[in-house]
Design a protein around this ligand. Sequence first.
Ligand code: NAD
Length: 526
Amino acid sequence: MKILISEKIADKGIEKLIQEGATVDVLPKLTRQELLDVIGKYDGLIVRSVTKVNEELYQHATNLKVVGRAGNGVDNIEMEGATKRGIIVVNTPESNVVSAAELTIGLLLASCRNIPGGNERVRSGSYDRANLKGVELQGKTVGIVGFGRIGSLVATRLKSFDMQVIAYDPYINDARFKKFGVEKKEKLEDLVKEADFITVHTPKTKETIGIIGKEQFKVAKKGVRVINCARGGIIDEEALNDALNKKIVASAAIDVLVSEPHPNTPLIDFPNVVFTPHAGADTVEAQDNVGLTVAQEVISALRGEIVPNAVNLPTIPKQEFESFSAYLKLGETLGKMYYQLEKDAVEKVEIVYSGDVATIDTSVISLAILKGLFEPVLQEKVNYVNASLIAKNRGVTVTESKKSTVESYLTLIQMKVISKNKTFTISGTIFGKGEMRIVEINGFTFDLTPRPYMLVAENIDKPGIVGQIGTILGVSKVNIATMQLGINDQEKRAMMVLAIDSDVSVDVLQFISGVEGVLKVHLVKI
Ligand code: NAD
C-alpha cells in the first residue's frame, strides 16, 4: 500500500497508516507537475481542500484506488472520473462536527455580546463599554436551517441556554425533530419570521446557495442575528450587506465566505460582523480525528473492505456497521458463486430481501452482490464503487424487491440470475452474531457455512458417488472439512457441496467428473 499525502494531516493519522503497514510519502510542497509525475506510483492519495483531484490527475494515476479527503466537502474532487475508474473517494464528515457546532455557539455569543469589539477596546487602552451592549440568549428563539449532524448538536447546546429551538429541514423526518425536542417548521418562511437568531447548517447545493437572502430578510424580525458556520454563500452576502445597512440584521457571525481564502466582501466594514477564517474544524481534537479517520478509511478501502464514509457509495450508519458487514459478506459470497458454477452471460439479476434485512437500506448490499458476481470474471477491477456501473455497461438489469416476512428464516437474501437459457438461484441467511449460511442453490436446500474452497457437484441420486469422490480427494491429499447434500426428489438429482481445506488441481476435477453419475463439478473459491 503506497500512499501519498499531498496536504498536511495530523501526525496521528500518518502514524496509523505506517502501523497498518503502508508506505507513506508526505509531500505537501509538490508542484502540480511534480504531483502528476509521481502519482502513478501510488495506490492511495490523501488530500485536504487544495489538491485538485480531477481528470488530468486521474489520467496519470494509473494505480490509484482510493482518494482520502481529510475533511468534509469534496469540491476539489471530480467524482465522476473517480467512480468511472472504480476509485473510492472517502471523507471524514463526522470528525469535526462537534468542533463546528462549538464554534457556532462561540460565534453566536461573540456577535451578540460584541466580544471582539470589547477585546479591541481593552487592548487599545480603553475601558469604555459604550455601543457594546449585547442581548441575552435566554428566552429567545433560534432558527436552525439544516438539521443534520451539526444542526442537531447546535440545537442541543442552545437548549441549555433556555432558548426556544425551531428548525427547517425538509429532508429529515418528524421523529428526529421530536427526539431532539425541536419544533419542526414546514416552511422556511415560518422559521425566518419567528427567529431572533438564524444559523445555517446545510451543505452548499444549488438549493441552499442564498437560502437566507433578500426574500428572507424582507420577512425576518428587525434585529435578527445570523450565523454562517457552514459554507460561504449559504447566507447571501450581498443581501446580508443590505440587511445590515438597513439595520434589519443586528449582528452577524461568519466563519465561511464565498471568496475564500482571500476575503473580499463589503461585510468586512461592519463592526457588528464577527469573522473567523473558516476555523470550524480547527481544534486539536478535530484535526486528530480527521487524520485518524481518513487513515483508517484509506486502509480499509485498499484492503477491499467497505468504508462507512465513501462519498461515491451509499453511507452506512456507524451504529449499524456490524450488522451491515455480515450482510455485505453474505451478499458478496452469493454473488461470487454464480460465475464459478455457471458460464452463461448474465442478463438480469433479481435480488429479493426478505424479513429483517428488508427493513434496512439494502442498496449497498446489492452493490456487494454485484461486486461478488463480477469479481470472478473481472478480478480486482470490480469494487463497491464501480459495481453497478459495470453491471450497466455490460447490459445487466438489476432489480431489488423486499418482502416483510419469509418462511423458516428471520432474514433472507435471494439472488436470481437470469441468463439467456436458464435461471440460477441462490439464497443465504444470517444467524446469531453474523454467521452466514447458504440455504439454497438452484432449488436444492442446504445449511451451508461458506468456506474458502468448496467443491460443488451435481449428480444422479444413487448410492456410491459420495464414497468415490471422497476416495479421489483422499488419494489427492485434499482434506474434506464438511459435506452437505441437497436433494431434488422430483428430478432424482442431488447437489453435493464439499468444503475442502485446500485448492484442487484440474486433474482432480477431471477425475471427479469422470465418476459415473456425476453430471458436473466445479471448484468455488470464496
Ligand atoms: P449533514 O449532512 O449532517 O446535515 C446537513 C443537513 O442539511 C441535512 O440534514 C440535510 O437534509 C439538510 N439540507 C439539505 N438541503 C437543505 C435545504 N434546502 N433546506 C434545509 N435543509 C437542507 O451536514 P453537517 O455535517 O451537519 O454539516 C453542515 C454544514 O457544515 C456543511 O455545509 C458542512 O460543509 C459545514 N461544515 C463547516 C465546517 C467549518 O469549518 N465551518 C466544519 C464542518 C462542517
